[in-house]
Design a protein around this ligand. Structure first.
Ligand code: SF4
Length: 199
């Protein structure tokens, strides 16, 4: 895919990212089945938590998902993205105090499900991350998981290989594109940036 508005063909990088996503989904499903956990029937929705995403490669995946949406949904999402950022701007630095629905969530469902970023795939179940310098960090499950799950936390999703593989891919893409900036955006900010490429 040559992403509209971009001079660089990112399709081979995206193909690799989607392979990694499939591995993440397999791990998630294995753990979900162990805990007998599912999002079905959840009355809250983790898509209203503010998450920042840090990789260019996942940005391109979100854009690909967005570009596949029908025009009406894209327009609606773009309007919601603007409203999202207006609200978020009042909570910068204290994002945990605000809940704002992701502009790509339609009627409780992700509109870019196949292209959703890593954190959207992995949030919900307990996990760990081994950092060479900082040791091992653990993550609890989402609020609902922690409330209803009675099983021992014997199955932690090890995020390390996935973060490592995505970081490697990101490094390759950045070098190829000579992209030197930090990336730190919510989904809403990604969509608004997408619009800039129309110039
Ligand atoms: S991208 Fe999809 S899964 Fe992630 S927060 Fe938005 S609607 Fe939810």
């Amino acid at each position: 895919m040559e992403t509209a508005g971009y001079q660089y063909d990112v399709s081979t990088y995206l193909d690799r990212l989607y392979e990694i996503y499939r591995e993440i989904d397999n791990e998630y499903n294995r753990a979900a089945s162990y805990y007998d956990f599912s999002c079905n029937g959840c009355e809250t929705n983790c898509c209203d938590t503010v998450f920042y995403h840090h990789t260019l490669i996942e940005y391109f995946a979100v854009l690909e998902g967005f570009d596949n949406l029908p025009e009406q949904s894209r327009m609606a999402a773009m309007e919601r993205a603007k409203a999202y950022v207006k609200t978020l701007n009042r909570y910068r630095g204290k994002e945990s105090l605000v809940r704002i629905m992701c502009p790509l969530n339609f009627n409780g469902l992700c509109g870019i499900y196949e292209h959703r970023p890593l954190i959207c795939r992995i949030h919900g179940l307990p996990g760990l991350l081994k950092h060479p310098g900082k040791g091992t960090r653990s993550f609890s499950g989402c609020k609902r998981f922690e409330t209803i799950n009675r099983k021992e936390r014997n199955m932690l999703i090890d995020r390390t290989p996935f973060y490592t593989q995505i970081a490697t891919l990101e490094g390759q893409l950045r070098r190829a594109m000579e992209y030197l900036m930090k990336f730190n955006k919510t989904i809403a900010e990604m969509l608004i940036d997408r619009n800039l490429t129309g110039f």
